[in-house]
Ligand binder design. Structure first.
Ligand code: ZN
Ligand code: FE
Length: 526
């Protein structure tokens, strides 16, 4: 709105003892009608109360039939909210005024098990050495107790072994080549040295999985020692034990999994997303779908909330919101429409406004201030682990969230994934990573921060649910009692995706019944 008209508006309401908030003024457009709003205000407020108009209060006033609102209390709650002292009363107020049943969100417990906090420190080459040692140690610890690894020895000690002794080693893959006879020659490394490992191609049950071995992953090898070589008889991955319990919550409730909303992109799908918001508010859908909406307790967003800026060459030309702060402000407007009793958990992706090196910390307050203001949002890092729905007699579900930036590398470099559908099979990629107990086993598969004490991309804790995104196509699968779920997206196919071979399937929402562990896949749009 023009400056003159803004001034006029402020003065008009000031004369009537009404103040205007900045967010309300910012939201005004040229077609705003002073008289009609004033009329609605007089209809909505019985007495002449001192009032501050905010975006929220105006949206309530515009709804009519709110004649008995205590605007003084509303203002008090708003002041507390703005001071950041207590956000809850204000949101309870909004919830109430919107005509929603007030629910006790403490009944929807979330506990952040792991979220990376950024330490600012310059990294040097020594850090990478220490980082790889930390990774090796963590994965070696998982492998060490496997009964198959008999006569486990360090690589440095192999030179003292006579030929044809049965031995086992645990090493990081330093090299992998196909030999002229069609077998595989690996070079494995541990802190004591390097050794070549030969995998013959005459045993398919040994050779086929070995073909999927990628650089820098840690494997165990059972074999026979030779001169500066080990002949492999068995290869073991850190993997997921078959004994993982399939937990079910004693309480009714649902979790909704989203990712890759891409607000700000000219390919963002507002109609589909609004339809989703209508559903989660219980306004559309079959009776069964409405019943589910009523019982949603948790909503996850696994990265790429916004489209960001400068993500790839030419991406700026595909933006309708070219300011990063505004992209988050617009996202916050959408998320505000989600019933406030629902706990929203957001982790970042490669399009969000921060470094892409992993772990990525929670969304920066500088850019995503409006998201930080939402009282029902928990911001976490990428990756992170969240526990939900715990109660006195239930340990809750552990949810590992990872956006999926490393997926591109493994789709391109792992034959078994590429030949089974590549980007269409997020479930296979996720399974591949779980078996390796690492979210980006190959050094070049993602950018990362080399933490010298711990490799945060190692999957040390086995989750109940593994949530990812990034490839814009939903997948759901059960793997050894772990629920694998990849979110869809809210963006139609971009020219960049066309080029890299993504097949997005937007506007799908996987919904998990926490009591039965059954999934429903909701589809929005035409
Ligand atoms: Zn995305
Ligand atoms: Fe992404």
């Amino acid at each position: 709105m023009e400056k003159e008209k803004l001034k006029e508006t402020v003065n008009y309401f000031l004369k009537r003892d009404i103040l205007l908030s900045k967010d309300f003024l910012d939201s005004l457009t040229e077609d705003f009608n002073i008289e009609s709003l004033n009329e609605k205000i007089s209809n909505n407020t019985k007495s002449n109360l001192f009032l501050v108009l905010t975006e929220d209060s105006v949206s309530i006033i515009n709804k009519e039939n709110n004649a008995d609102i205590n605007w003084m209390d509303f203002d008090k709650a708003r002041v507390l909210f703005e001071k950041g002292e207590n956000k809850n009363p204000y949101f309870k107020f909004i919830e109430f005024l919107r005509g929603e049943e007030i629910r006790d969100s403490s009944k929807f417990p979330i506990n952040v098990v792991f979220s990376y906090k950024e330490e600012s420190k310059k990294r040097n080459i020594q850090d990478f050495v220490a980082y790889f040692n930390a990774r090796y140690k963590a994965l070696e610890k998982i492998l060490r107790n496997r009964p198959e690894l008999q006569n486990l020895t360090s690589i440095g000690r192999l030179k003292n072994k006579r030929d044809k002794e049965n031995i086992s080693i645990i090493g990081m893959v330093q090299n992998k080549k196909t030999t002229s006879k069609g077998g595989l020659m690996l070079t494995l490394e541990d802190p004591t040295g390097l050794i070549k490992v030969y995998v013959n191609n005459n045993k398919p049950e040994l050779f086929n999985p070995a073909r999927d071995i990628v650089m820098d992953e840690v494997v165990g090898v059972v074999g026979v020692s030779g001169d500066k070589i080990v002949f492999a008889n068995n290869i073991l991955w850190p993997d997921i034990p078959l004994t993982k319990e399939f937990k079910k919550s004693p309480d009714e409730g649902y979790a909704v999994f989203l990712s890759d909303i891409h607000v700000g992109s000219d390919h963002f799908l507002p109609d589909e997303f609004n339809q989703f918001l209508e559903w989660i508010n219980g306004n559309v859908g079959s009776d069964e779908q409405k019943e589910i909406a009523k019982n949603v307790k948790y909503l996850f967003i696994a990265g790429d909330l916004v489209d960001g800026l400068g993500i790839y060459p030419g991406q700026e030309d595909e933006l309708i919101i070219k300011d990063i702060k505004e992209q988050y402000t617009e996202s916050a407007k959408l998320l505000k429409k989600i019933p406030p009793h629902i706990q929203i958990i957001i982790s970042p992706g490669n399009h969000d406004a921060m470094r892409i090196a992993e772990p990525q910390p929670e969304l920066y307050k500088d850019f995503a201030e409006k998201i930080w203001d939402l009282p029902n949002v928990t911001l976490v890092s990428n990756p992170s682990i969240i526990n939900i729905d715990a109660s006195e007699d239930f340990p809750g579900f552990d949810i590992l969230i990872y956006h999926g930036y490393s997926f591109d590398h493994f789709v391109a470099n792992v034959d078994s994934i590429r030949n089974s559908g590549g980007y269409d099979r997020a479930d296979l990629i996720m399974q591949f990573l779980l078996q390796r107990r690492h979210l980006a086993p190959t050094h070049t598969s993602t950018l990362y921060i080399p933490d010298v004490k711990q490799d945060h991309l190692v999957i040390e804790k086995i989750p109940d649910i593994f949530l990812t995104g990034h490839i814009h196509k939903c997948a759901i699968k059960n793997f050894r009692n772990i629920t694998l779920v990849c979110g869809s997206c809210w963006q139609s196919k971009t020219p960049f995706q066309e080029k890299v071979g993504h097949n997005p399937e937007p506007a799908r929402v996987p919904v998990l019944n926490l009591q039965t562990r059954d999934f429903k896949l909701l589809k929005f749009g035409k």
